[in-house]
Design a protein around this ligand. Sequence first.
Ligand code: DX5
Ligand code: ZN
Length: 217
Amino acid sequence: MALVSPSILSADFGHLHDEVRNVIDLGADWIHVDVMDGRFVPNITLGPGITAAVAKSTNGDALVDVHLMVVQPTNYVQAFRDAGADQITVHAEACTHLHRAIQQIKASGAKAGVSLNPHTPPEVLDYVLDELDLVLVMTVNPGFGGQSLIEGVLPKIERIRKTIDGRGLSTLIEVDGGVKVNNAHKFVNAGAHVLVSGSGVFKAEDRGAAIAALKRA
Ligand code: DX5
Ligand code: ZN
């Protein structure tokens, strides 16, 4: 069964607590928090304050999965950990010293993830993969919810999964962008363990059915 991490980017921010509780009650495993700074990506979303509110709402019932789409993410790792992030993912493209960034996340007590934009080859992970709890493969260009899957990125998931299995690692692969009930099998068949879905869950007519279908994909 795939794990499902609904992105609160597509939730109703006026009722964030109820939105978080609703998807957890319907079976969400993780809660995905998309942090954007208007520099790394052309959009601005939320910071540690909202993340703290989300962490309080999860109340330990779902992993708080923070995706930092910001420049110089190491400046903010501790703030998001203090806010209650269980896992912190930085972009390889945003880190001059990626290995150091990973060590900083782990030293904070959070699980460590690295995300790759659609154009970034998987080889950038060759010398850090053994340190990682998570690889987050972007299947859209980050910045906005509700975009369509870039199909050409799917083989990258397969390649990373082969390397993880070949090295005997327990690193999870999470996919993010354009994941919907009707295409989720493509990500899982390629080797993904965790499905982020924003609009695919929060805008679904039947959220419970959507989460259940994503898990079975
Ligand atoms: C995109 C974000 C995603 C986004 C996914 O930059 O990282 O997590 O919220 O939204 P959907 O599932 O609607 O493509
Ligand atoms: Zn995300």
